[in-house]
Design a protein around this ligand. Structure first.
Ligand SMILES: [Zn+2]
Ligand SMILES: [Zn+2]
Ligand SMILES: [Zn+2]
Ligand SMILES: [Zn+2]
Ligand SMILES: [Zn+2]
Ligand SMILES: [Zn+2]
Length: 213
């Protein structure tokens, strides 16, 4: 069944993402390239969240020849308006082509696709950042790490050793008090990260800890 999505002026059709080879997601044969995907055309990117479309998942693509617009099924269902505890004072609106170059308040990254924005405050979040789990567990740390909405530059990421960007989000351990990680480092080994788009991270239990089976 074709759908029309407010972010795109052509109709979209559902399809099943299939990448015939180059899909080493489960395997990790070559450690060095762990999550540094080769950007060949086997990899398709969601036009909404700018993340990879994983083989076997459901997605939508544009029917128009030559148009490469695609959306994760979940991205096609993102609500037009959302609220987030990091900006409790205003609702955030889903914008699909920001007219300005935005900086995500969570990760300090930029982007060209969907964002949740409070235009009054110029408060912008990637759709993937707004969906970050409130806490994560890592095999290499004994406590769960909690999402905090501001980090201090003088503290360093416990995984990569680099400092935080002042004011950006991070995962911190309340147990240790001093252990924290960058957002992307906390989830760097967890391919299931994309599933977080589903909700607010309530199903961490199911998210399996890599290497602990
Ligand atoms: Zn997406
Ligand atoms: Zn199109
Ligand atoms: Zn972000
Ligand atoms: Zn605001
Ligand atoms: Zn890091
Ligand atoms: Zn700890």
């Amino acid at each position: 069944m074709m759908i029309t999505h407010f972010s795109h002026h052509h109709p979209l059709s559902p399809y099943q993402v299939e990448l015939d080879h180059h899909d080493h997601h489960q395997k990790h044969d070559d450690q060095d390239h762990d999550h540094d995907h080769d950007h060949d055309d086997q990899i398709t990117i969601c036009s909404g969240c700018e993340l990879e479309l994983i083989s076997g998942s459901s997605a939508y693509k544009c029917n128009k020849p030559g148009c490469d617009f695609r959306l994760h099924e979940l991205c096609s269902e993102l609500p037009r308006e959302s609220r987030h505890p990091s900006h409790p004072q205003h609702p955030l609106t889903l914008l699909f082509t920001p007219h300005y170059s935005f900086t995500c308040k969570a990760c300090a990254g930029s982007g060209t696709a969907f964002i949740y924005s409070c235009t009054a405050c110029r408060f912008d979040l990637h759709v993937s950042c707004i969906a970050l789990a409130e806490s994560v567990r890592r095999v290499d740390h004994e406590h769960p790490l909690e999402l905090v909405f501001s980090s201090k530059e003088e503290e360093c990421c416990g995984i990569c050793g680099c400092s935080f960007v002042e004011g950006c989000w991070a995962y911190l351990c309340r147990g240790c008090g001093s252990y924290g990680t960058h957002l992307e480092c906390a989830t760097s080994e967890e391919e299931e990260e994309k599933e977080l788009l589903v909700g607010s991270g309530e199903n961490e239990e199911e998210r399996g800890i890599p290497g602990s089976r």
